[in-house]
Ligand binder design. Structure first.
Ligand code: BTN
Length: 266
């Protein structure tokens, strides 16, 4: 555990106290290329459901659409959880929504006065007093396959916790728990909260669909009622449906489920 800052020393205990399956075992790493790589490698070697890798620094952290995920050493939460849950493969995209919900609820607990929302499909944002969403966390779900079968699901989560100053290109669009909280955030508690919530919801959603969490998701939908744009076009976001699509009212008046891609507020 050398190279891991002392505030995370209580993480194992905090996780065990919740009594769930995720975060056990928890591997605390000073540095790695990407915690998703650690989890995928271990998945191939048979690591059990719930195993979690957390690093203080990633040298090749990655986000969606081939983007890099950079984070200064020791300031934030960078971790990946290995899930071995059963469920039809068409429900896999729901995992990032459930993870977003877990992160949003955990951050809201750490920063009760902040307005924390989920920006479909897998960002968690804090909405400023001017109504602008700023990204707090991102989720990258990857799978480890054996032939055609999903052998394990890797949920990679990056949460900006302590960072207060962002590079120029991100300053207007990124934020952190510290920036939206009145009290200094506690990384171990946020981690334990995320894992507890993810544990509670993910198996249910893979088995039954989004229904059981749909109300909570809708309450935190950053896009609902806003005009959005993607490579598909433009329209009014009407909510997330039970299949996990973003439903958009397009110019024709038709409500169309959008199921992939990058969505921007107009
Ligand atoms: C995104 O917003 O594009 C997703 C970002 C996901 C970043 C996390 S940090 C921990 C895990 N390891 C990675 O390399 N990526 C994810």
């Amino acid at each position: 555990m050398s190279g891991v800052l002392p505030d995370l020393a209580s993480a194992q205990e905090a996780i065990a106290a919740r009594g769930g399956d995720l975060g056990r075992p928890l591997y605390l790493l000073s540095e790695t290329s990407s915690t998703n790589d650690e989890a995928k490698r271990a998945a191939r070697l048979g690591a059990p459901h719930g195993s979690t890798w957390l690093a203080e620094l990633q040298t090749a952290g990655r986000g969606r659409q081939g983007r890099a995920w950079d984070s200064p050493r020791g300031e934030n939460l960078l971790f990946s959880v290995l899930l071995r849950c059963q469920g039809p493969s068409e429900r896999l995209p729901l995992v990032s929504l459930v993870a977003g919900l877990a992160v949003a609820e955990a951050v809201e607990r750490a920063a009760p006065s902040a307005v924390v929302r989920i920006k479909w499909p897998n960002d968690v944002v804090a909405v400023t007093s001017a109504g602008r969403p700023k990204k707090l966390a991102g989720i990258l779900v990857e799978t480890s396959m054996t032939g055609d079968d999903v052998d394990a699901i890797v949920v990679g989560i990056g949460i900006n916790v302590h960072t207060r100053t962002f590079p120029d290109d991100l300053a207007e669009i990124a934020t952190s728990v510290a920036c939206v909280s009145d009290a200094p955030p506690d990384r171990a508690r946020i981690l334990a909260d995320v894992l507890e919530r993810l544990d509670r919801d993910v198996a249910v959603v893979l088995a039954m669909g989004l229904g059981p969490v749909h109300g909570r998701l809708t309450k935190r939908d950053a896009l609902r009622g806003r005009r959005v744009r993607s490579e598909r076009g433009e329209g009014l976001a009407c909510g997330i449906d039970l299949e996990g699509h973003l439903v958009v009212e397009e110019a024709t008046g038709a409500r169309v489920p959008w199921n992939a891609g990058e969505v921007h507020l107009v």
